[in-house]
Design a protein around this ligand. Sequence first.
Ligand SMILES: Cc1cc2nc3c(=O)[nH]c(=O)nc-3n(C[C@H](O)[C@H](O)[C@H](O)COP(=O)(O)OP(=O)(O)OC[C@H]3O[C@@H](n4cnc5c(N)ncnc54)[C@H](O)[C@@H]3O)c2cc1C
Length: 381
Amino acid sequence: MGAGPAGGAAAFTAARAGLTVALVDRHAFPRDKLCGGGFTGRSHQYFCEIFGTPPEPGQIETHHSVSFHAHGTDLGRIDGIPPLHLTMRRVLDTEICARALAAGAADFTGRPVARLDPEAGQVVLEDGAELTAPLVLGADGVNSMVARALFGQAFDRGRIGFGLEVEAPAAPDNAEAPVRIDFGAADWGYGWHFPKTCSSTIGVGGVLARNADMKAMMRSYLTLLGQDPDQKAKGQFLPFGDFRRVPGRGRTLLAGDAAGLVDPITGEGIAYAMKSGQLAALAAAAALREGRPETALARYRRSLRPMHRALRQARAIRLMIFARPFRGSFVAAFRRSGQLRHLYLRLLAGEIEYPEMARATLWRFPAFLWRSIRPGNRSGA
Ligand SMILES: Cc1cc2nc3c(=O)[nH]c(=O)nc-3n(C[C@H](O)[C@H](O)[C@H](O)COP(=O)(O)OP(=O)(O)OC[C@H]3O[C@@H](n4cnc5c(N)ncnc54)[C@H](O)[C@@H]3O)c2cc1C
C-alpha cells in the first residue's frame, strides 16, 4: 500500500522478481507530496541501483554550492561540493510509480483503501474491490494506516518531527544560488532554502515536542530570508529519528516513513524509503520462493540492520548538533573545521554513511563536552 518512493521501489523490485504485485495508492499520479525535494547523492545512487537507470533528464537539478547557517550565525558558503540534487516530488514520484507499473505491478492507484485486515492479508478498497495476498507491505507514509492497524498508532507523538513548507516564486538567480541550510531554525531541527527553476522551496522542520509553535519558527525563517512571513505554509509529520525496531508484524511489513526511516539530522527520507522498499521486496521474494511468507519479516529486519545502525548513530551525533549545551561548540567546530564540514557534505552526498561519520566525530566528544561546560563558555545560553 502506497506508491511513493518506498512503495514504488518495492513494487518495481517485487515485479522484477516475478511476484504478482498490486500497487495501491489513494491518489492517482501525478500527485503532490510535501517535501523539500532534496535528492541527495545517496538518493541518486539508490535510485540507479534499484531502477537500473538514473531519473529521466530534467527531473532533477544539480547544485554545487551550499551555504550553512546555525542559530543565526553565517557559517559561510562552500563551492565545488559533491553534487546536491533537487527535485519536485510531483515529478519524481510519478516516474517511480510509472516504472513500477511498467515492470508489471497491477495499477490500483487513485483507489483509496477502506479497511485492511493484516492477519488475513486482506485490503478492501473504497470501491468495493478486495485484494488478498500472502504478504502486505505498508508503504503508506508517516500517517500509515497499515502501522495503525498493526500497532494502534502510526508514530509516537513524543518523538515525531514536524515540517512546514512553502513553494515561493523562483528567484532569477536560483540556478546559481547555493542550497541553504540553517541549523536551529527550529529547535532540534533546521531550515532549508532549496532554489529550483520553478520555485524556491523553503521550510523548517524539527522535533515536534520541542517546538510548541512551529508556525512562529516558520514566520521568523521566512522573514530572515526576506520572504512574506504570512504566506500559507503546509505542514506534515516527519519521522525524524523515530524508526520502528521491528518494521511490521506477522505477514505485514512496513517501509519508508511508515517504518520511521528518516535521517534524524538531515531529514532525508527519500533514499531510505526507496532502499527499504527494495529490501522488503527482496525479503518477500525470498520468503515466497521457499513457500514460507511468515519468514519475510525476519529476513527484512536482518537486511535493514545497517540502516538501523546508521540511524541510531545519527541520533547520537544529533545530540552534539542540537542539544542546547553543545550548540556553541558545534557552531565553533563547524566553522573552524574544514574536515567536519567536508564530512557532513560527503554524508549528504551519500559518499559516506553514519558509521564513518561517527568514527570521525564521536571520539571528539569528551573535548567537545569539556569546551561546552567549562566556566565562561556561553554556549548553553
Ligand atoms: C516538510 C518535509 C520536507 C522533507 N524534505 C525532504 C527532502 O528534502 N529530502 C528527502 O529525502 N526527504 C524529505 N522529506 C522526507 C520524505 O518526504 C519522506 O521520507 C518520503 O516521502 C517517504 O517516502 P514514502 O514512500 O515512505 O512515503 P510517501 O512519500 O509519503 O508516500 C506514501 C504514499 O502512500 C499513499 N497513501 C497514504 N495513505 C494511504 C492509504 N490509506 N491507502 C493508500 N495509499 C495511501 C500516499 O498517497 C503516498 O503516495 C521531507 C518531509 C517533510 C514532511
